[in-house]
Unconditional design. Structure first.
Ligand code: PLP
Length: 477
């Protein structure tokens, strides 16, 4: 159809608003949302899309009908589910899709206090003049990491981007082929490198990289030796990689700094709690890295942030880099980060009060006790409203959970789950019912069973979780 005919077939907004089904839609939905949805659909028609089914040359009336019939779905899209609280029963402690670290109560309080009023964000109360917003976390980070200088940005991706742009723009960065990682969707080391303006120089092979591979690749153009933590995968079998310490010796000898993207980078000594595999930031720096970058909301257990720690010669100039302003952290993040870091002053406080650290280090007995409480509570609900439940069974089973979220790919921690089964519903159907209830519960299905992993469920969530399970047991009765 010629474009002129097509345009003449386009109805007006008011013609659509006047139709009876749309008037009904306006009873339940705000006019602005319905108007927005109409405009989205009209834009598609203008763009050449034929909405009315079967019509080769759609009339204006047919287009109105087509738009009206699609409107409820378009309105539903615009009113998509708001951000809401969910119960994480997956056992994955650092779960990126579920918002990573739940904050400690101390951090939540700090956010509330900072959010509701003015603060000394960039104000020196002693001198009465301007100061830097990072002072509120710097002293704590220096003490915890042993670094000479630290800088905090929006997330770890930003920390890496800024470090590469600031130190290696227009020059070469050497990375092992075994460490060219992708951390979910858009974060891929080669792409971040290209965007920063640094040139990637790959060395070694996927499974083995030797020190001599790095050595041979060094040219007068080399600005950095980069080491990336394999956060979400492992390489096993015939493998070989160069340790931070070896790389640091080479870097020192040739006058080239070593940047280590630790990914999660622990602040708590998880290895002493029997969880191997993740060095602390302090250990990475002590091993010789000049700059280390980590996330704030993975194993640290704080708000989304990226921490750059290392020697003053490399980190201090990054604070003045033009990208720093675009990547800077807001006051609520600084309030939460400062309060979370304060808890690390005493490892016992860290393991009791920082939810991420607590969940990872909690004893199996404590997890089992929560499973027992949950089952008792659901049974009590069934006794209170008998008759409306099908023979729904809950059994307590030993299982394994994984820290996840690009934290410790090879580590599994013993846990206790409640397996849920129902004679009339598949595990997938039960899972869907739990996810779509008023308090959404995200569980996991393993070997044909729906599992509620109590390692990632808080004591305060047991009542809501029991209600959700009881509702699922009674659904359709
Ligand atoms: C998670 C991760 C990142 C990205 O960190 P964000 O804080 O999500 O930006 C980068 N590198 C590694 C190795 C990671 O594990």
């Amino acid at each position: 159809m010629p474009a002129s005919d097509r345009l003449s077939a386009i109805p007006s907004v008011s013609a659509i608003l006047d139709s009876l089904p749309v008037r009904d839609l306006l009873v339940d939905h705000p006019r602005e949302v319905v108007l927005s949805a109409i405009r989205v659909l009209l834009e598609r028609v203008r763009g050449g899309e034929v909405l009315s089914v079967g019509a080769v040359s759609p009339s204006r009336a047919a287009t109105v009908d087509a738009i009206v019939s699609r409107l409820p779905a378009e309105v539903a899209l615009l009113e998509a589910i708001p951000l809401c609280r969910v119960i994480n029963a997956t056992g994955v402690v650092v779960h990126t899709n579920l918002g990573r670290a739940p904050l400690p109560a101390e951090a939540i309080k700090a956010i509330a206090e900072t959010a509701g009023g003015y603060s000394n964000l960039e104000f020196d109360l002693e001198k009465g003049g301007r100061s830097s917003r990072s002072v509120h976390v710097e002293a704590r980070l220096l003490a915890l990491t042993g670094a000479e200088c630290v800088h905090v940005v929006n997330n770890n991706a930003a920390a890496i981007m800024l470090s590469l742009a600031g130190i290696a723009r227009g020059r070469e960065v050497i990375v092992s082929r075994g460490e060219l990682v992708e951390i979910g969707g858009s974060f891929r080391i080669p792409d971040v490198m290209a965007e920063s303006g640094a040139r990637l120089v790959e060395v070694g092979t996927t499974n083995r990289t030797r020190l001599s591979d790095y050595e041979r690749a060094i040219t007068p153009e080399t600005a950095l030796l980069l080491k990336v933590h394999r956060s979400n995968f492992t390489i096993t079998g015939f493998t070989g990689e160069v340790s931070t310490a070896e790389l640091a010796v080479l870097g020192k000898a040739r006058g080239i700094p070593v940047l280590e993207d630790l990914g999660s980078g622990a602040f708590f000594p998880f290895s002493t709690a029997g969880i191997p595999g993740t060095p602390t930031v302090r250990e990475a720096l002590a091993a010789g890295s000049d700059i280390v970058t980590v996330s704030g909301d993975k194993l640290l257990g704080g708000p989304q942030a990226g921490i750059i720690a290392g020697s003053k010669a490399f980190v201090a100039p990054l604070k003045k880099h033009p990208l720093s302003r675009a990547l800077r952290v807001d006051k609520l993040c600084l309030a939460a980060l400062s309060a979370t870091l304060a808890l690390y002053a005493d490892p016992l406080d860290a393991s009791r009060r920082i939810p991420t650290v607590r969940m990872l280090t909690e004893t199996i007995e404590a997890v089992r006790a929560r499973a027992v409480r949950l089952v008792r509570r659901v049974k009590a609900l069934e006794r209170r409203s008998p008759g409306d439940s099908a023979p729904f069974t809950l059994s307590i089973v030993p299982e394994m959970s994984s820290p996840g979220g690009g934290a410790m790919p090879e580590v599994e921690i013993a846990t206790v789950c409640v397996a849920v089964s129902h004679p009339l519903r598949s595990p997938g159907a039960l899972d869907h019912l739990l996810r779509t209830g008023s308090t959404p519960v995200v569980a996991r299905i393993s070997r044909g069973k729906l599992l509620i992993d109590l390692r990632t469920v808080g004591d305060h969530e047991i009542a809501a979780l029991a209600d959700a399970l009881h509702r699922v047991a009674s659904a359709g009765h």
